[in-house]
Design a protein around this ligand. Structure first.
Ligand SMILES: Cc1ncc(COP(=O)(O)O)c(C=O)c1O
Length: 384
């Protein structure tokens, strides 16, 4: 979190997503350190964060990006450059020719999809390196919605489906089974991969260990991460290691600014009505679920002023809290929801026609720069 000068705060329209450049630079220094100390390439997963105005800065440290669709691949190629790993649970015939032109690495979710698109690859001038997503049958993720290894998962090939033979042409594996996880979970993942898919590792050229490595969270054991990556490399020196985190890249690097529009006291609690919506602008809060931090707010304590934060849509469950503040809130007060860069702008909707937050950055100098504002036309043009 960076100190917000009152003049910078006044310059920010409400609502607005604000990327804090200083915080992003701090995260990038961590990736720099890991890439220096271990034989690994760290890519930005666009599914978590696609704010391309920041790509030139991120690109100074990260050698490429990962995309999960043809549109993400196009944006990554246009604005990021470098290596481009593409993986989608199911490719469409009409998208594959363009993806083949953009991708450096192309991963299939099933043997069937690889066999179906293989002839297209034979006729393509650009030949990405082909990978298969594998299911390591281990995930530390407790929330089913986010667990790629849940029973009956559709994501990735299980070892018994592969049998003893790797489909011809496959040179790499993608394994994504973590979410906001630590290095111990990655260590366990690597041993699962060796136990279930070890017979194929001598033939592999690369291993992409997906996302979910929360290297930028305080307390993450970077030395342990570096040690296990180096140890794997010692065992399999011919395999290039790749990580493609999303959340970790922009963890704690920006906020969503909102303004109090109304205050409604009831006998049980007091509602604050905001110009932001949890379902439309911060959907993970309801899906995960988790309660985001509000700058200056606390869990409810005696002697303070408790409020429930109400979103701007009419969905009955579009609320969060409770939060307590040392002073009573008033209409027009500005509230800052922390850590709102990952899985926000890429997932927002205009449900109810609610105003979409503007997007901008708080530069290292402390000045605010506006990157994008949304209008009625943006809402209308999505409908036809
Ligand atoms: C295949 C794949 N790679 C990378 C990521 C990024 O994960 P995270 O943002 O948790 O680091 C995801 C997230 O769902 C994913 O499915």
């Amino acid at each position: 979190m960076t100190e917000l000068h009152p003049s910078a705060l006044a310059a920010i329209p409400s609502p607005c997503f604000v990327l804090e450049e200083t915080c992003l630079r701090q995260n990038l220094a961590i990736f720099e350190r890991v890439q220096q100390a271990a034989p690994v390439q760290i890519l930005l997963a666009l599914k978590a964060f696609a704010l391309f105005h920041s790509f030139p800065l991120i690109r100074q440290t990260l050698p490429g990006a990962s995309a999960s669709s043809v549109w993400e691949a196009q944006l990554a190629a246009e604005e990021f450059g470098g290596e481009l790993h593409v993986y989608s649970p199911a490719y469409r015939d009409e998208d594959v020719p363009q993806i083949l032109n953009l991708a450096s690495h192309l991963t299939f979710n099933s043997i069937g999809q690889w066999e179906r698109f293989r002839p297209m690859l034979d006729h393509s001038p650009n030949r990405p390196s082909i990978g298969l997503r594998i299911n390591p049958e281990y995930s530390p993720v407790q929330t089913t919605l986010y667990n790629p290894c849940q029973p009956g998962s559709r994501l990735g090939v299980r070892s018994e489906q592969l049998g003893d033979r790797l489909p011809p042409g496959v040179e790499g594996f993608l394994c994504h089974n973590l979410c906001e996880s630590d290095s111990k979970a990655l260590e366990k993942t690597l041993s699962q991969i060796e136990a279930l898919f070890g017979q194929f590792l001598p033939q592999m050229r690369w291993l992409n260990l997906g996302g979910g490595h929360l290297m930028t969270r305080e307390g993450y054991d970077l030395d342990h991460l570096i040690a296990i990556l180096n140890a794997f490399h010692d065992r399999y020196p011919h395999i290039s290691l790749i990580l493609e985190p999303g959340s970790a890249i922009v963890w704690q690097t920006g906020f969503l600014l909102s303004t109090v529009q109304d205050i409604i006291p009831t006998p049980d609690l007091t509602h604050v009505l905001l110009d932001v919506s949890f379902t439309a602008h911060m959907p993970d809060c309801l899906e995960m679920p988790y309660q985001p931090v509000i700058r200056g707010g606390h869990p409810v304590q005696t002697g303070e002023y408790p409020y429930r934060m109400g979103g701007s849509s009419c969905l009955a469950g579009d609320f969060m809290g409770d939060y307590a503040f040392p002073q009573p809130l008033a209409i027009g007060d500005r509230l800052i929801f922390e850590d709102m860069m990952h899985y926000t702008m890429v997932k927002t909707t205009m449900f109810n026609g609610v105003t979409h937050p503007a997007i901008g950055t708080l530069k290292q100098t402390g000045e605010f720069e506006l990157w994008r504002q949304f209008s009625y036309d943006d809402y209308r043009t999505r409908m036809g």
